[in-house]
Design a protein around this ligand. Structure first.
Ligand SMILES: Cc1ncc(COP(=O)(O)O)c(C=O)c1O
Length: 458
């Protein structure tokens, strides 16, 4: 570890003693001291006290402009007044019944008005709905295998716990990646049914279909890969996937857990003008509450309507989350909100690009909708293996240096990205850029001293 990074880590530890204490206490009872493995990082994660709008406080009383926003679940910002009001009203009249209620079709109508789908089933998390979307694809096609992207994350269930973050020695052929299970405990044989392709590479998809005739139920992917920071599909890639899957009578599943609310009013389907067969939604559709959905055509959903496929859940459409979701769709994710997000996103991206260019840093900023990232890589990341070679030590320096100056630029880990909320102001973006401008020369110097490759244009 180089000196400048060491210094930032020392500063972090000096500013956050209570977070350390809390983490040490918690780790006695909670494995890793966190409730989700992603939340752990060294030396210890920040523990949070409260949040409002675009800002949070940690337990030591430090204030941050928050672009973690619960891993992208809060385009509404913290405690959005419309969401809070809807939830408070709901708390007075019952929180859980396990019985049908009017908000189910109301929210289904909202989703069908924005996405090219006809029917919706609800759940509580992204993992849940990607899991059910795969069962739906299998039930609707009568086939077993699926294709996912190398480096793609769709939650913690077995079928997608393959080649999430494989190591270089496990990679195999770049055009024919070796499927690698990503956790101990994944059912043996999972890699027989989960095939893996590199993102942005249509010939690999063609080959998998040719090698597995009439066996592939679906291709599942994030339209913009946001678990390798931020990687856009090449021009025509999603259209190509649409054509290939249709030709082979397999289904195309857009995992819009991250893009669904934040990219555009109608998510990636609208943004890229592509019509998948199944759409998965979660995170920002709930305005800060656990809400998720999977949606498809009437014909596909018929396997549930005719009881061929089982889908259930005690907490599905719990009225509190549904009230939050309705308020989010109607009062948060409005045309004006998307205009605001576009304005602050452009400002942030342009600001990053100017500072990067001025300091000679070999890095680039990319983004769309409410998401974006600073990538410590000399050219555009097109797939997992590009991202794998990004400079994680320099990214760590960037993250702690920003946090020490009051800006959480994104969740910890360099496979994540920033989220902008409707509560963030242009002044917040100015402050974010001011802080980045302050630390960028030290990043550039550290990069030069470590003999980084020269910058290329994106
Ligand atoms: C693209 C994508 N799909 C699915 C999930 C899983 O969602 P959840 O954490 O709500 O289970 C995530 C979580 O980050 C995600 O980024």
């Amino acid at each position: 570890m180089y000196d400048a990074l060491k210094k930032e880590l020392e500063t972090y530890e000096r500013r956050t003693p209570r977070s350390r204490e809390m983490h040490e206490k918690s780790a006695h009872r909670v494995p890793l001291g966190v409730a989700s493995n992603y939340r752990y990082y060294r030396p210890y994660p920040l523990s949070v006290k409260d949040g409002r709008g675009g800002r949070i406080h940690d337990v030591d009383g430090n204030e941050y402009i928050d672009h973690n926003l619960c891993y992208g679940a809060l385009m509404a910002g913290h405690c959005h007044p419309a969401v809070m009001k809807a939830v408070q009203q709901r708390l007075e009249v019952g929180t859980l019944f396990g019985m049908p209620h009017a908000m189910e079709w109301e929210l289904a109508e909202e989703i069908c008005a924005r996405f090219p789908v006809e029917m919706v089933r609800f759940g509580n998390s992204g993992s849940e709905v990607t899991m059910h979307s795969l069962r739906l694809a299998r039930a609707a096609t009568g086939r077993s295998k699926i294709i996912k992207m190398e480096g793609g994350y769709h939650g913690g269930h077995d079928a997608v716990s393959v080649s999430v973050k494989p190591k270089a020695h496990e990679f195999g052929d770049p055009e024919n990646p070796t499927p690698v299970v990503s956790s101990a405990g994944v059912l043996r044989g999972t890699t027989d049914a989960t095939l893996v392709a590199p993102f942005n590479h249509l010939p690999a998809i063609e080959r998998l279909f040719a090698q597995n005739p009439n066996e592939i139920a679906a291709v599942i992917l994030e339209p913009i890969m946001m678990n390798i920071a931020f990687s856009m599909p090449d021009e025509g890639y999603l259209q190509g996937l649409r054509e290939i899957t249709a030709r082979h009578e397999a289904l195309l599943i857009f995992d819009e857990v991250k893009t669904g609310a934040k990219l555009a009013r109608g998510g990636a389907c609208e943004y890229f003008g592509v019509r998948p067969d199944i759409v998965c939604l979660a995170k920002s559709i709930g305005g800060g509450f656990s809400l998720a959905a999977f949606a498809a055509s009437r014909k596909i959903m018929d396997v549930i309507a005719t009881q061929k496929m089982f889908h259930a859940g005690t907490y599905n459409t719990n009225p509190v989350a549904m009230a939050a979701g309705l308020a989010t769709f109607r009062e948060v994710l409005t045309p004006a909100a998307y205009t605001h997000i576009e304005t602050i996103s452009r400002k942030l991206l342009e600001g990053y690009r100017q500072i990067v260019s001025k300091t000679g840093l070999s890095a680039y900023a990319d983004g769309a909708g409410a998401n974006g990232a600073l990538m410590f890589y000399p050219h555009r990341v097109r797939n997992y293996r590009d991202w794998y070679h990004a400079d994680e030590e320099l990214w760590t320096h960037y993250w702690f240096a920003m946090v020490n100056r009051g800006v959480i630029p994104q969740p910890y880990w360099w496979d994540e990205q920033w989220t902008l909320s409707v509560a963030h102001t242009e002044a917040d973006i100015d402050r974010h850029l001011e802080v980045f401008a302050e630390i960028a020369p030290a990043l550039a110097q550290a990069q030069q001293e470590r003999n980084a490759v020269p910058a290329h244009t994106v």
